[in-house]
Design a protein around this ligand. Sequence first.
Ligand SMILES: Cc1cc2nc3c(=O)[nH]c(=O)nc-3n(C[C@H](O)[C@H](O)[C@H](O)COP(=O)(O)OP(=O)(O)OC[C@H]3O[C@@H](n4cnc5c(N)ncnc54)[C@H](O)[C@@H]3O)c2cc1C
Ligand code: SF4
Length: 394
Amino acid sequence: MTTNNYDAIVIGSGISGGWAAKELTEKGLKTLLLDRGRNIEHIKGYTNATKNPWELPHRGRATLVDKTDHPVLAQSAYLNEINLDYWVDEKENPYTQVKPYNWMRGYHVGGRSLMWGRQSYRWSDFDFEANLKEGIAIDWPVRYKDIAPWYDYAERFAGISGSLEGLPQLPDGQFQPPMELNCVEKDVAARVKKLYEGQRNIIIGRTANITKPLPGRTNCQYRNQCMLGCPFGGYFSTQSSTLPAAMATGNLTVRPWSIVTRILYDKDTKKATGVEVLDAETNMTYQYKSKIFFLNASTFNSAWILMNSATDIWPDGLGSSSGELGHNVMDHHVGGGASGIMEGYEDKTISAAGPMEFIFQGTAICLATNAITSEASATRAARDAKAGAGKLLS
Ligand SMILES: Cc1cc2nc3c(=O)[nH]c(=O)nc-3n(C[C@H](O)[C@H](O)[C@H](O)COP(=O)(O)OP(=O)(O)OC[C@H]3O[C@@H](n4cnc5c(N)ncnc54)[C@H](O)[C@@H]3O)c2cc1C
Ligand code: SF4
């Protein structure tokens, strides 16, 4: 084997690419993991993770300049001073919004596995059967029972904490012990249950934050600083989980700064044969060969790579025969919600900053929110925020 030949090549090292690398290397395949961005090493690379607000120039908050430089990120709750370098530079990487949508990207080893919200739910047959029942698009070729063993497998390795509820629309899984609802949430949950006679429930969210240690990982310390990278490995990320497992096999080569520009296709064998890589540091172009490719560069970038791999066989992009390549992208709603003040808890406060939210579940939909708080906590939070001493991230 020459150095440019591998048994498998994985493009992108985010949540899905990390998993692909783990599975392939554990099966004994010499695997090349390519990522367009820099390397962020587990623990060492989380430079702001243990800093206090007063150690940061603006106590962790976004400045007006940050808001101007990151207009898309500024529309979310995620713009802050403390992990700004985890997000794509919007001036270097602008995009056109014909219809508004917010594209939040991380171009580095680990991708969005470092910044994700960690909410981890199983689909149920309500979801798998929805297309068929509602006559939308095509029917799913699988049902919940086909996928359930794979949910088991992923949950056991990733470490998902959550409560067992027996709800058909939100199947239970291989959960670690759940985090706890706070006292106000428990009160509201009891009232909702009574009012809706068990048809609606408030339960603790299911999250990829571990409440019991896993190999090489300490359980979550409830610091609510997850978007900085966790030095304890308290949440599932490429860095904390899949990359160490893949590295331990001795079969993995990671190449950061490697922008995959094309998948090479042989029209005679009708197979992909390699990838073309632009080295982001040297501007040199390389080719790497393999028979197996996993394209995990995220929704838009994977589509871009396929489109950029157009040949006379596939004029609209590699694998574009259906005409659907680059179509049907769906955004998801984020940031809406409701809040209220609960009376009767004026003597209570939230002392620990847990990383968890609850979910409000109706017959088939879930609404995640963390808006319930007591009047005393709300007043205190407002005071702390004014003093700049509140949580950096919420
Ligand atoms: C703020 C936030 C909160 C979220 N919360 C949740 C949540 O609570 N629950 C949930 O299920 N999901 C959540 N998500 C979504 C989740 O993070 C993504 O669905 C998931 O990360 C997608 O995984 P991926 O492997 O496809 O892509 P990513 O994790 O984005 O990884 C893609 C990787 O590909 C690399 N790459 C891109 N282009 C190229 C190229 N040309 N060549 C080489 N490498 C390339 C990138 O650098 C990156 O490392 C959240 C996302 C964000 C941004
Ligand atoms: S809340 Fe838990 S997982 Fe998140 S950074 Fe803190 S210890 Fe790590």
